[in-house]
Design a protein around this ligand. Structure first.
Ligand code: COA
Length: 176
């Protein structure tokens, strides 16, 4: 399995991947998010990664900037979306994508990474609701317990509440 930066040339493969991994209710919206992030230019850089096996795209993850109000010195990102092709799940591909992305962001000097997803999954990488507590998600959350963060740099967490602002592709209330 190989992980590399995704490009706009991967958009059809990425779209197919999200259609296979998510339910019918969500797949169109999440696939659109993944593809829009490939072309997003409201706040660069976006980190979009694909996992490949035998030249086929079997996984994808994107990380985009999350602005924190009144904390211009804190560099924060949000992990969204993430998917692994159903027939390739349970082989640590999702974990490899998350861990590789976190390493890349850490090397870029990113302080905090947020995610909105299953705590049972993201907890294993160190994300926690406690770390995200002082930061309001950009939109009202359908599942508030899914709002989590991890501090890459120590001492960056401040008491809130702090408002946050996401990139354009994530500015859709239904995603939250
Ligand atoms: C979530 C997902 C990306 C994980 O990819 P993966 O490559 O199978 O993950 P890994 O192999 O690294 O990890 C597998 C572990 O995650 C667990 N896991 C997978 N999805 C989970 C979920 N939604 N909630 C909790 N745990 C989950 C598995 O049970 C497994 O646990 P184990 O290690 O105790 O056996 C993949 O299942 C997927 O694409 N799901 C559909 C899309 C989705 O829900 N994306 C958002 C995630 S919140």
């Amino acid at each position: 399995m190989n992980i590399r930066i995704a490009t706009t040339q991967d958009q059809d493969d990425i779209r197919r991947l999200y259609f296979s991994a998510f339910t019918e209710e969500e797949n169109e919206m999440v696939a659109t998010l993944a593809v829009e992030l490939l072309a997003e230019n409201s706040a660069l850089p976006i980190l979009s990664l694909v996992a490949e096996m035998e030249d086929a795209v079997v996984g994808h993850v994107a990380f985009s900037r999350l602005k924190i109000e009144n904390q211009a010195n804190i560099q924060a990102y949000i992990l969204a979306p993430l998917a692994v092709r159903p027939d390739c799940q349970q082989q640590r591909i999702g974990s490899a994508l998350v861990e590789y992305g976190m390493q890349q962001l850490s090397a870029l000097g990113v302080d905090l990474i947020f995610v909105y997803g299953a705590p049972e999954y993201y907890g294993r990488f160190g994300f926690s609701a406690e770390t995200a507590q002082g930061y309001n998600a950009p939109y009202p959350l359908q599942y508030p317990f899914g709002w989590q963060a991890i501090a890459i740099r120590e001492g960056v967490i401040e008491n809130g509440p702090h408002a946050t602002q996401c990139v354009q592709a994530l500015c859709k209330p239904l995603l939250w």
